[in-house]
Design a protein around this ligand. Sequence first.
Ligand code: SF4
Ligand code: FES
Length: 250
Amino acid sequence: MKITLEVWRQDGPHDAGRMVRYQTEVSEDASFLEMLDALNERLEADGDRPIAFDHDCREGICGTCGLMINGVAHGPRDRTTACQLHMREFTDGDTIRVEPWRAAAFPVIRDLVVDRSAFDRIIQSGGYISVSTGAAPEANLTPVAKPVADAAFDAATCIGCGACVAQCPNGAAQLFTAAKVSHLGLLPQGQTERWDRAVAMVETMEAEGFGSCTNHRECEAVCPKGISIDWIARMNRDYLSARLRRAGRR
Ligand code: SF4
Ligand code: FES
């Protein structure tokens, strides 16, 4: 199939950047990233700088890939990361626009690569549990009810890709933060730090320059793991409870 690509090229964080058109021919069985790989081989052979883009597992599990494809984070296929997208989703003769995540808290480093370290700092502020080290505890010492384990697992499937932020008109990170607050806050092992975790992670998220949630639900629509905005409501309840506890009103 013949495809015209319009790709965002930006030499560095301070370069203004521009869209560049490329013609390419690719099998419909190729993945979207393989199509970019093939284009990069051609650019290199021609002595041009290849297009920089992030990727690692290419299996939809690491959260490293992230592209706006025709204005949609991760492209047109529901619950599918950019690395799991295949060219058969497009039609011969299509023009495809490829851009980096667009969000103030995710500055562009080069071409399609953005700096997502703000997510790391949210995790560092509370996305962990403190445990005593020593011999491994007996496996059944802390029973976890099946519904609780299932709910915590659902929240834990967030791969930290940042699509939720990129698609949100406010550049909000509530869906990501809520998933991380909730998967630990549900489990018995995560109760000790539950309230401090909610406050620390929400306040770090705000300090990192993400926008506020106004319920557009674009995050939920593009999330490749189907993370529900119900987790945002739960995070808000935990945050409010934590503030009331600190004020001695609960
Ligand atoms: S909530 Fe979904 S879209 Fe956001 S970082 Fe997690 S997996 Fe990606
Ligand atoms: S490269 Fe790992 S999720 Fe896409």
